[in-house]
Design a protein around this ligand. Structure first.
Ligand SMILES: C[S@@+](CC[C@H](N)C(=O)[O-])C[C@H]1O[C@@H](n2cnc3c(N)ncnc32)[C@H](O)[C@@H]1O
Length: 197
């Protein structure tokens, strides 16, 4: 079982891991969901202590939270606006007994970011910017919506406590407020690590 493999540090390939999802989401995975190796690296950057709480903004099918809660001892919370994706994430959590993964069906703007020590963001609003990035029939390409969500994200990130860690994937630095100090990026530059000043 893929989560046992993760706990034993025998990391499954991305396609092997994605077999836990229905076929449609396996097809979406390369574009929309964090690859296994990136999720492991991001989770390890974000977690210092077992008491840490990590928030995934737009958790999709829950892939990042499920992997993060299997390779660390911290608690991972995913907030996702699409109910069917939250339901699928909760089904995976139940089926695989992932007690440290938690999923909330809501807009990320309703969440109190101060409750979290770490934040993960994988370019969640891109479906409003790029019509090749449509996830389902509810996706709406709208530059004003894209800009509004990024302004909301800036505001929520600014509310975080000093020392909060932030990891982004496929997100430009200009989308992150200047209250965050850039620390490092991975070899491709797509995974970036910041700390709130
Ligand atoms: C690129 S996927 C990332 C999934 C997940 N974070 C991962 O890395 O595997 C972005 C997700 O963000 C969700 N999303 C977009 N805007 C949102 C919002 N305002 N509040 C909550 N979720 C949102 C979308 O429904 C989509 O499932």
């Amino acid at each position: 079982m893929v989560f046992d493999l993760l706990k034993q540090k025998k990391y499954p390939s991305n396609s092997k891991f994605d077999e836990i999802y229905p076929k449609l989401y396996q097809e979406h995975s390369a574009r929309h969901f964090t690859p296994v190796n990136i999720a492991i690296k991001a989770a390890k950057l974000l977690v210092d202590n077992p008491t840490d709480k990590i928030l995934d903004i737009g958790s999709g099918v829950g892939k990042f939270c499920c992997i993060g809660s299997s390779v660390t001892n911290a608690h991972f919370y995913g907030v996702e606006k699409r109910k069917k994706l939250t339901n699928l994430s909760n089904k995976i959590k139940r089926n695989y007994k992932l007690k440290n993964a938690h999923f909330i069906n809501n807009d990320f703007t309703t969440i109190d970011f101060k409750k979290f020590n770490g934040i993960y963001f994988f370019n969640s609003f891109h479906e409003h910017f790029d019509e090749t990035c449509i996830l389902d029939e509810t996706s709406k390409v709208s530059l004003s919506e894209y800009k509004k969500y990024h302004a909301d994200l800036m505001m929520k990130l600014n509310e975080c406590n000093k020392g909060t860690k932030l990891v982004t994937y496929y997100t430009f630095k200009n989308k992150i407020p200047s209250s965050y100090q850039f620390i490092d990026a991975n070899e491709t530059g797509f995974l970036k690590f910041y700390i709130k000043k």
